[in-house]
Design a protein around this ligand. Structure first.
Ligand code: DAH
Length: 376
């Protein structure tokens, strides 16, 4: 017991006034409390309990003897009530008493061992698809393009109709669409679906911004394709759109040729083949020389698989914006007689597969850290 100068001694009572009783009770409780806080080990706890509770000469017994027996007849009742209350209180405190922590104990519990190794927080890394997306967007940003985005849950109007896919037109069959259910009561153009491409954001942006515009639109898209090594029901696209007066196919070729060299290296060559998309006329597919085999179709003596030995890899669809598309946003300054533009759209996941030599697109979406760590 530390700092224990005087331990409590039960006083004799001569004055049985309420105030005197109160004072005596208060002192007794305070003494019990401070002694209970000094208990440092089991032996001390036992002697503390005995000191206060022992039938023979314990403090409570002494109080009983000294305070009650010495009380005058008329003071007995009042003193009895107080002593009983005091006993209950002391019993409670003694029961609750326990071995307190020593200063040394509490200090060691609080001690910080600065020599222990720290908690390692693994640093995340960009997902290979997001990294590829950011690289592509970056190339166009440096050409002065802005970035636009649009909703993944889209209406039939933006996904198809305003892109010159008329209702029931067979061109819609090229994109196996996931429709939101229970929409039959709405007119077809208002029905919701998961956008099959980022092209609807072309229209949404032209509704909001007057020409000239130059935008790239990254985003996720969905198709009703069962997952396999080269298909996923969700994948990523980047769309591009440039509209101004006098934009020509030469601008399209020059821009995309520059972008491909920036992405795949200055030695790649580009090649445009005629194609069809409802929203561009003329339309083309862009090929680049295979950046795996350098265009030879061979890797040493083995056939090059990514380009199927052709030496060329298809990277995107593109074309001059069809005047029919401008008709839908004509009122916002897109008179097809005054403006012209080009558009392109590419699959980010496919480019990431090629770039990193990954042979299964599913690996991008399974979240396996052992796979993803390799790109950290
Ligand atoms: N939206 C097309 C698709 O998903 C890709 C595309 C082709 C976008 C030509 C374009 C474009 O903007 O001009 O298959």
């Amino acid at each position: 017991m530390k700092n224990k100068i005087v331990s409590y001694i039960v006083p004799k009572l001569t004055d049985y006034s309420a105030a005197a009783l109160e004072k005596a009770v208060g002192e007794c409780i305070a003494a019990c409390k401070s002694e209970s806080e000094e208990v440092r080990n089991d032996a001390e706890l036992k002697s503390f309990r005995d000191r206060w509770m022992a039938r023979k000469n314990g403090i409570l017994t002494q109080i009983n003897d000294l305070w009650l027996k010495g009380a005058a007849k008329d003071a007995k009742r009042e003193a009895g009530i107080r002593v009983n209350a005091l006993k209950a209180r002391i019993t409670e405190m003694v029961d609750a008493a326990h071995v307190a922590e020593t200063d040394a104990d509490s200090l060691s519990a609080e001690r910080v061992d600065i020599s222990l190794p720290g908690i390692r927080r693994p640093i995340g890394a960009e997902h290979p698809v997001i990294k590829t997306r950011n690289e592509i967007v970056g190339v166009f940003e440096r050409l002065g393009y802005s970035v636009a985005e649009g909703p993944v849950v889209e209406t039939d109007y933006y996904n198809f109709e305003a892109l010159n896919f008329p209702p029931n037109h067979p061109a819609r069959d090229t994109q196996d669409t996931l429709f939101i259910g229970a929409q039959q009561s709405k007119p077809q153009r208002d029905r919701l679906l998961l956008r099959t491409h980022t092209s609807p954001v072309q229209i949404r942006t032209m509704e909001k911004m007057r020409p000239p515009i130059r935008i790239v639109i990254p985003g996720t898209v969905h198709r009703n394709d069962p997952p396999d090594a080269s298909h996923s029901p969700m994948f990523h696209q980047i769309e591009g759109l440039a509209v101004d007066t006098n934009i020509t196919f030469g601008d399209l070729k020059g821009t995309l040729d520059h972008a491909m060299k920036a992405l795949f290296g200055s030695s790649v060559k580009t090649h445009f083949r005629p194609s069809f998309f409802p929203f561009t006329e003329p339309s083309a597919e862009l090929y680049v020389t295979c950046f795996i085999c350098g265009g030879s179709g061979k890797r040493s003596s083995d056939p090059c698989r990514p380009c199927k030995q052709t030496g060329w890899i298809e990277v995107l669809g593109c074309g001059m914006v069809d005047p029919n598309v401008f008709e839908f946003v004509k009122d916002n300054g897109y008179d097809p007689k005054k403006v012209s533009g080009f558009a392109f759209g590419m699959g980010v996941d496919r480019l990431a597969l090629l770039k990193y030599g990954v042979d299964d697109i599913q690996l991008f979406f399974q979240g396996d850290v052992r796979f993803l760590q390799q790109f950290g």
